[in-house]
Design a protein around this ligand. Structure first.
Ligand code: SF4
Length: 324
């Protein structure tokens, strides 16, 4: 085991990527990166992380920011509940933990939006704690190393992954260990075509057909959903409402159309969780008291499908007016 670990660490020293959150041990910065990396790729996160750290360099800066500043920095990354939770985490740490990110798994887990994985990752990357951390990349490596041909996403599979991760752990140095395993999954032990010839763990790996692993339970079928929103334009402003959730709770969106039978002037199709949403937009000229008006130059942060639709419709409007 020790020999394998040393091979893995040597490989990581030579091939590990230089990522901004690997250059720091600031627990706040690591917490930010972990929130951003939930459901988003490393490449997409890097520029957002860098801009975020410029805007809110410390946990206190984030705790003192207002919601619209926070949402506007997150705009485009999607899954906006992560931004809201991160903001709440910063405020809670300021109020209940003296402004310092807690150093124990139970205290981290008690924070909003922090699950077992995120808590373990912060313990490893910020505090060098050697505990089992299993993300999708590590799960794939573990399943292949042991040639585990059962689903990894049921209770038995989760237990297997935890035990397998524990069996590889060093006595100390959780930061290097976790980063190296993750990197191996991200760069070598790839989902469709693993580069086994370049793998430092090749000699101990038991996978017979690694491409078929890990096994997962059959997926739920995607459900098609239709919705009709209104592009309300009046008094030189576009009129929006705050989402009442559960999707995009509190964010500015186009209101639900009052007369959905009108001819659609724009269509957006987007996936969200297990749904495939087709959003049609119809024009409406009347605003009511539940709506707030924004000039096209000062639009608030909006979820991507609404932002794209509004931008396209404002462009069309502008072209029409200037063609007259
Ligand atoms: S030998 Fe191949 S399948 Fe096994 S851990 Fe390495 S890359 Fe993955």
């Amino acid at each position: 085991m020790e020999k394998d670990r040393q091979k893995l660490y040597r490989w990581f020293r030579r091939h590990g990527r230089d990522l901004p959150w690997r250059r720091t041990r600031d627990p706040y910065a690591i917490l930010v990166s972990e929130f951003m990396l939930q459901q988003t790729t490393v490449t997409a996160v890097v520029p957002y992380f860098e801009r975020w750290m410029e805007a809110f360099p410390t946990l206190r800066d984030l705790a003192n920011a207002d919601e619209s500043q926070v949402m506007s920095r997150w705009q485009g990354l999607g899954y906006y509940s992560r931004a809201r939770n991160l903001h709440r985490v910063a405020r809670e740490i300021e109020q209940s933990h003296g402004g310092r990110v807690p150093r124990t798994l139970p205290a981290l887990r008690s924070l909003p939006g922090v699950g077992e994985y995120t808590a373990g990752a912060v313990m490893a990357f910020a505090f060098d704690f050697a505990g089992p951390v299993v993300d999708a990349n590590i799960a794939r490596v573990l399943a292949r190393l042991a040639d585990w041909r059962h689903p990894i996403d049921n209770a038995k599979g989760v237990q297997f992954l935890r035990r397998a991760a524990e069996s590889l752990l060093p006595a100390k140095g959780g930061r290097r260990h976790t980063s190296a395993l993750m990197e191996l999954g991200a760069r070598v032990c790839l989902p469709k075509a693993p580069h086994c010839g370049e793998c430092p763990l090749q000699e101990s790996c038991r996978a017979v057909v690694p491409e078929r692993l890990p096994v997962k339970r059959p997926r739920r079928v995607t459900e098609a959903v239709q919705e009709v929103r209104a592009f309300v334009w009046a008094r030189g402003k576009i009129w929006l409402e705050r989402s009442r959730g559960p999707r995009w709770l509190g964010m500015w969106v186009m209101p639900v159309a009052k007369v959905p039978e009108r001819t659609s002037v724009h269509e957006e199709i987007y996936p969200i969780t297990r749904f495939r949403v087709t959003m049609n937009v119809v024009p409406e000229g009347k605003m009511d008291r539940t709506l707030s008006g924004f000039s096209p130059e000062e639009l608030p942060p909006m979820p991507s499908p609404h932002r794209r639709a509004v931008a396209a419709l404002l462009r069309k409007r502008h072209n029409r007016v200037h063609a007259r």
